[in-house]
Ligand binder design. Structure first.
Ligand SMILES: *[C@@H]1O[C@H](CO)[C@@H](O)[C@H](O)[C@H]1NC(C)=O
Ligand SMILES: *[C@@H]1O[C@H](CO)[C@@H](O)[C@H](O)[C@H]1NC(C)=O
Ligand SMILES: *[C@@H]1O[C@H](CO)[C@@H](O)[C@H](O)[C@H]1NC(C)=O
Ligand SMILES: *[C@@H]1O[C@H](CO)[C@@H](O)[C@H](O)[C@H]1NC(C)=O
Ligand SMILES: *[C@@H]1O[C@H](CO)[C@@H](O)[C@H](O)[C@H]1NC(C)=O
Ligand SMILES: *[C@@H]1O[C@H](CO)[C@@H](O)[C@H](O)[C@H]1NC(C)=O
Length: 488
């Protein structure tokens, strides 16, 4: 298991007043806090939470959806992207390894942000429509507000929105615009999705590593369904005396998020109460120490999830006094959401039980050319016959499968060189059995002259994108290929 410092805490402050940042206060001295803040707004028509992100040079404000289990920030940058600091790291670069993006992409449209050759591909997910698209790993400026604390007369701190500070090379994905084209069910004019997930280039991870903050974030959402009541996401250390007369450690109960081996947040479910009465449920115990574990499947934050999370913890959370009708309605909603979440969790578990057995054969029909380039690199062009049967990867829960064929070989410098030669997206089971005759779609270039007589493996990798649950990947290694001894 990962170290405890990686455990993130989710705090629900159910008193909406605490979620807003006052503009001024009687100040005697002020000090900087290791705390960053994103002000979150709730879209009144969809109930989803979004925030303005400050990006690019010069800075612009972009409305972005907040996705609790998302892996990174992705933005639609096909239209109107103008920034003097945009860069797309080359494939196999350090940034690509950090982002766990190991395949190279090409782009046939006009070159620009989101469209370059030999950059690395990232699969972006729209958590509302469940559509996925392949984009480019990019880096550009991101700015976020600091929280400044002011020491007030009461010796407690008053917090207010501080200045913007920047991360110059924030990693994100430039995703294709079709992911946001269908705006149904999404807040209007949305430009992307920000992931808070436990993954290497998610927003909390990058902020923590760039500013040396603790790897923690806190979500504070208003419990009132008014469009004008804002919430916040805080990154870093939450000082105990942030607000006057309010002790975070005493007055708030936090719900720790458990990070599963699959890299998703779970919370421990110990009991379910509806209107303060325990609901006799027998949840099949997944772990001996808990009654059950519920996955936060719909990882964007609809309003129901707020209540869902806040009802967990065996009545330890203090509810603000609500009108009983509203209270009951919310409790019912909570119950429905828990059942839904458990069903989704069970669905993705059952998915895991079937063990797929895909098959693939690849023949190198012809080496079309094999040359040393003027810069000393070597390039091979080949014709391949790729036959594969991936039908067993398709279950009722499979949305689509992303597949790519890579040449893998060892050199003195690197124990694994991986060059993507071909890729495709398989939309359905009917298309999952195929045989194609193709030249390599992506260039097979070695940065050096290692290829003559080189033995290599051809590996078919697949990423299965489920309708619900975690994307999973696997591969099939086909060893024993060899390149010619001579250039041609
Ligand atoms: C792009 O910029 C043009 C002109 O500045 C503007 O009319 C258009 O609405 C912008 N498009 C988007 C998607 O922001
Ligand atoms: C990428 O390479 C292909 C073929 O080599 C070329 O047609 C295309 O214009 C290039 N794209 C960009 C964005 O440079
Ligand atoms: C927010 O909207 C609600 C209902 O429209 C209203 O009662 C409340 O006063 C508003 N709050 C603020 C701070 O404007
Ligand atoms: C689910 O799949 C993962 C990865 O393939 C494996 O480690 C795990 O044991 C599987 N769980 C079950 C219940 O089959
Ligand atoms: C490609 O491979 C498949 C299966 O191995 C074979 O049936 C097919 O004839 C091959 N096609 C070519 C053009 O060699
Ligand atoms: C190629 O495949 C063989 C057999 O699976 C494996 O032992 C070897 O390490 C692989 N080579 C590379 C470079 O991945």
């Amino acid at each position: 298991m990962a170290s405890n410092s990686n455990i993130l805490h989710l705090i629900f402050i159910l008193l909406p007043l605490l979620c807003t940042f006052p503009g001024s206060s009687e100040s005697h001295s002020s000090s900087k806090q290791n705390l960053l803040v994103l002000q979150v707004q709730k879209d009144s028509s969809t109930g989803l939470h979004w925030a303005y992100f400050h990006k690019r040079t010069p800075l612009v404000q972009l409305p972005v959806l907040i996705d609790l289990n998302g892996k990174f920030l992705w933005l639609n940058c096909d239209t109107n992207y103008s920034s003097s600091t945009y860069e797309a790291p080359f494939c196999h670069s350090t940034q690509c390894s950090i982002a766990d993006a190991h395949y190279c992409r090409t782009c046939s449209s006009a070159s620009g942000p989101g469209c370059h050759n030999n950059t690395c591909a990232l699969i972006s997910l729209n958590p509302v429509t469940r559509q996925t698209g392949i984009g480019e790993l990019a880096q550009d400026v991101l700015a976020i507000n600091q929280v400044t604390a002011t020491r007030a007369r009461s010796h407690a701190f008053k917090s207010k929105l501080g200045p913007l500070i920047t991360v110059p090379q924030f990693l994100f994905a430039c995703a294709p615009s079709f992911l946001l084209q269908n705006q149904n069910g999404l807040p209007k004019n949305l430009r992307g999705v920000a992931g808070l997930g436990p993954s290497p280039i998610a927003l909390p991870t990058q902020l923590a590593s760039h500013f040396g903050l603790q790897s923690k974030f806190f979500i504070c959402l208003s419990s009132y369904p008014y469009a004008n009541s804002t919430g916040t996401v805080l990154f870093g250390d939450l000082p105990n005396n942030l607000l006057p007369g309010f002790d975070v450690s005493r007055d708030l109960v936090d719900t720790p998020l458990i990070i599963t081996p699959l890299g998703e947040y779970f919370i421990k479910l110990t009991s379910i109460k509806v209107n303060k009465l325990s609901v006799p449920v027998s949840l099949s115990p997944i772990s001996k120490h808990t009654l059950g574990e519920a996955m936060i499947t719909d990882s964007f934050l609809p309003k129901s999830v707020v209540f869902f999370l806040s009802s967990i913890g065996a009545g330890a959370l203090k509810y603000p006094k609500m009108h009983s009708f509203g209270y009951r309605a919310n409790a019912l909603l909570t119950f429905a959401v828990i059942i839904l979440a458990l069903m989704c969790a069970m669905a993705s578990l059952s998915d895991n039980l079937s063990s797929p057995s895909p098959s693939a054969q690849v023949q190198v029909l012809k080496i079309n050319w094999f040359q040393k380039q003027p810069n000393g690199n070597e390039e091979v062009g080949m014709t391949l016959n790729v036959s594969s049967d991936l039908q067993s990867l398709f279950t009722w829960n499979t949305k689509q499968v992303f597949v790519f064929l890579a040449a893998e070989y060892e050199t003195l410098k690197n124990s694994l060189n991986q060059i993507s030669l071909w890729d495709g997206i398989i939309p359905s089971k009917e298309h999952a059995k195929f045989s194609i005759h193709t030249s390599n779609k992506y260039r097979f270039i070695d940065q050096g002259s290692n290829l003559r007589g080189k033995e290599f493996n051809l590996t078919l990798h697949w990423h299965v994108m489920p309708k619900t649950g975690k994307m999973f990947a696997n591969k099939l290694v086909m060893p024993g290929y060899r390149l010619p001894e001579e250039y041609k």
